[in-house]
Design a protein around this ligand. Structure first.
Ligand code: DGI
Ligand code: FE
Ligand code: FE
Length: 393
């Protein structure tokens, strides 16, 4: 069995890693690959680093991007402190005595290989596959390979293109709320998003966990998507992005709570429910949710509470933040009704027009089904029409 070994921090694993591995595999045709996330990565970046379990999980999610059998091994993350390659190879050759190992590394690593701890043992236990970046590096690397071969190494020098992607840049993008979907496999991007990796906002993080605990998987994902949409609308329209993100993640907090329980909360908090809210399965969660946030989770910001409270019906005289949450709920990435794309661009070009579109849609759905329309929904609609026409109510 010819087994390739590729180690790294993988914080996170990304498309350049995978591209490199695919390109090496075309030339080397290994029987399998061991991906080995390194123990305790150096703390050199801004923002939060992902833990061992998360890095392993991301490597597992990326496995299907490669056409050879891939095993993600946790032997380095399990060991305390810095891992030495010689030590890892020793353990691997004990565990897999039939394998012939080849260590994959880039040009930089290859240059310093002669100074690695017990490098002659590395040479004895594995062949070296070094990737050159360019033709220029060629002669220097060939010279080094000769040196190493005198000490017992077997070296392969292969050429592969490097994509210009770094884990550090990805972490920074996540921190800034930028898109990373072209830099990592889709499943890895989704994992980073769902688990709030690399974000450095303890307040948002605490509420995110609270929401994850209370909602179904799909509803939790919806909440994260609304948070993301709200944040970007806030940036577009000059509201506070952090507040918008927080209100977005919180807006459906009680959506999965049974109606009976919501009614109990309402009673406990002394909330007066109108007949519309009592009759409808869906109207309750907004008003009771806002009260729940205030009473049980210590949310004090009146703007956030207002945005949550009116996110379903809307109302006359909505604040900018309330408008943003109302609209974000229609255009979040998880929504896929016909016309959602137009709605998304409308939300960016004209927030009021997007709200009117949403309200018109809701009102016509409700009349179609012969259901009651909450007066606040109608007031919201009328107020926006008057506002648009420049008439005061
Ligand atoms: O909680 P979400 O599903 O993310 O979205 P939401 O809070 O806007 O709820 C949407 C549902 O609420 C949808 O089924 C339509 C319903 N709804 C919105 N406005 C009214 C309404 N139902 C009634 N009866 N009356 C309304 O005015
Ligand atoms: Fe809702
Ligand atoms: Fe929602």
């Amino acid at each position: 069995m010819r087994t390739a070994i590729y180690g790294g921090s993988f914080n996170p694993i990304h498309n350049a890693h995978l591209h490199l591995l695919r390109s090496i595999q075309e030339q080397m045709n290994f029987d399998r690959l061991f991906l080995i996330p390194a123990g305790i990565p150096p703390h050199k970046s801004a923002g939060k680093l992902a833990g061992a379990a998360e890095r392993i999980e991301m490597c597992n999610l990326a496995r299907c991007e490669l056409s050879m059998p891939v095993h993600v091994l946790d032997l380095e993350v399990r060991r305390e402190g810095k891992s030495y390659t010689a030590e890892t190879l020793r353990l691997l050759s004990e565990r897999y005595p039939q394998d012939r190992f080849t260590l994959i590394m880039g040009e930089d690593m290859f240059r310093t290989l002669g100074t690695w701890w017990h490098h002659e043992e590395i040479f004895r236990l594995a062949e070296i596959c070094a990737v050159k970046r360019s033709e220029e590096g060629d002669t220097a690397m060939a010279g080094l390979a000769k040196e190493y071969e005198k000490e017992g190494a077997v070296c392969h020098i292969v050429k592969a293109d490097f994509l210009d992607i770094s884990s550090t840049a990805i972490r920074e993008k996540v921190l800034n709320g930028e898109e990373i979907s072209s830099l990592v496999p889709e499943k890895v991007a989704a994992y980073i998003f769902r688990n709030g990796l690399y974000k450095d906002d303890p307040v948002f993080e605490a509420y995110r966990l609270e929401i994850q605990k209370r909602l179904s998987d799909a509803r939790y994902y919806h909440s994260l998507c609304v948070a993301k949409a709200a944040k970007s609308l806030a940036k577009r329209y000059g509201a506070d992005p952090k507040k918008a993100e927080l209100a977005g993640v919180l807006h459906d907090i009680l959506k999965d709570t049974p109606k009976e329980e919501q009614l109990q909360f309402a009673q406990r908090f002394g909330i007066i429910l109108d007949n519309f809210e009592l009759a409808s399965k869906t109207l309750l969660h907004a008003k009771v949710g806002a009260a729940f946030l205030e009473r049980e989770l210590g949310v004090t910001d009146p703007e956030i509470l207002d945005a949550v409270r009116y996110h379903t019906t809307g109302k006359a005289g909505m604040s900018l933040l309330t408008r943003i949450i109302f609209t974000a709920d229609f255009i979040s990435d998880d929504r896929e009704y016909p016309g959602v794309t137009e709605m998304r661009s409308m939300a960016v070009s004209d927030l009021r027009e997007a709200m009117l579109e949403g309200l018109a849609f809701t009102i016509s759905e409700l009349t179609e089904k012969r259901r009651v329309i909450h007066p606040d929904t109608l007031r919201a609609y009328n107020a926006l029409i008057f506002e648009k026409e420049g008439t005061t109510l």
